[in-house]
Design a protein around this ligand. Structure first.
Ligand code: FE
Length: 208
């Protein structure tokens, strides 16, 4: 019971300082419904994020036969295969539509020039100059690298009507799209850090 009270207090505190128009709330089972609208819990998603910023390290990528930063062909890999390949934390968000807790992901306040790739398949998703500080606690972008970098799906879960954003190559869940972003698009791609891979570099991936 004490744990639940502490979790609730922490979530209220985090969202109070976030100052964004989120729809966060706690469910009866102790999950957090966040701005992205997915359920999350610090116990099964976030505990290791800050301790290990390289969950999908180079060694693991070599064991992922579908990971490629050059091949943009569409993948059709079942979850029964992904679960054998992906780290559990990545699988939970990418394939089960989980959400990391606000202000805990590795990229929510990342700066620097580079490219953000899908951590599941290597598909180029966003450039750093398309990222902005949304103050919501999740990495946010106003545009994708290519029009088909991502695909969209209507999401009516949790009594809300939202637009889910999935990787255009592997169909993994990335986050949600909102209409409260900055110019020039007015869009906010609210993403989960754990399904992103940031590669620092002067030469950003170009897809347009
Ligand atoms: Fe992908």
């Amino acid at each position: 019971m004490k744990k639940v009270i502490i979790l609730i207090t922490l979530n209220i505190f985090f969202m109070a300082i976030a100052g964004c128009n989120s729809k966060n709330s706690l469910t009866k089972d102790g999950f957090t419904l966040n701005d992205s609208g997915n359920k999350s819990t610090g116990q099964n998603i976030n505990q290791n994020i800050n301790q290990n910023n390289n969950i999908m390290d180079d060694h693991q990528k070599k064991e992922n036969p579908y990971y490629s930063r050059t091949d943009i062909s569409k993948l059709d890999v079942p979850d029964s295969e992904w679960i054998k390949i992906l780290p559990p934390e990545v699988y939970e968000v990418a394939r089960e539509k989980g959400t990391e807790r606000a202000f805990t992901g590795k990229y929510w306040n990342t700066e620097g020039i580079g490219t953000y790739y899908c951590a599941v398949c290597g598909n180029a998703l966003f450039r750093s100059d398309e990222k902005f500080a949304s103050a919501c606690g999740w990495p946010s972008f106003f545009e994708t690298i290519r029009k088909n970098s991502v695909i969209y799906k209507e999401d009516n879960s949790y009594g809300m009507n939202r637009t889910e954003v999935l990787c255009g190559r592997c169909d993994s869940h990335l986050g949600h799209l909102f209409d409260d972003g900055p110019p020039p698009t007015g869009k906010r791609y609210c993403m989960n850090s754990i399904v992103l891979d940031f590669e620092i570099g002067d030469k950003q991936e170009s897809g347009k």
